[in-house]
Design a protein around this ligand. Structure first.
Ligand code: ZN
Length: 78
C-alpha cells in the first residue's frame, strides 16, 4: 500500500511551529487527497495561512513513499 506524504516546509519554507522552530511537520495519508486535507488543516490551524492558496503547491510536492515515479499527475482534479 503506497503512502503519500508531504512536508510542511516544502511549501512554507519559512514557517515556524508553536515553539518558534522551523516547522518539520510531515503529513501522511494513503491518498494524495488525504495528504491535501491533512496538510490544509495543519497549515490553517498552526500557521494561520489560508490553504486555498497552497492547494496546487501541496499537490506538487506530495510524494509517494517507496515509489520512484516522476511526473505522475491525476488529471481532472482541479
Ligand atoms: Zn507547518
Amino acid at each position: 500500500m503506497p503512502v503519500m506524504y508531504a512536508r510542511c516546509n516544502w511549501m512554507l519554507s519559512l514557517a515556524l511551529d508553536q515553539n518558534g522552530q522551523p516547522c518539520r511537520y510531515m503529513s501522511k495519508a494513503d491518498t494524495k487527497d488525504g495528504v491535501l486535507t491533512d496538510m490544509s488543516t495543519h497549515i490553517q490551524s498552526v500557521h494561520n495561512v489560508d490553504p486555498a492558496d497552497l492547494l496546487n503547491n501541496i499537490r506538487a510536492v506530495t510524494k509517494t513513499q517507496g515509489v520512484k515515479t516522476l511526473g505522475t499527475r491525476t488529471p481532472g482534479t482541479e
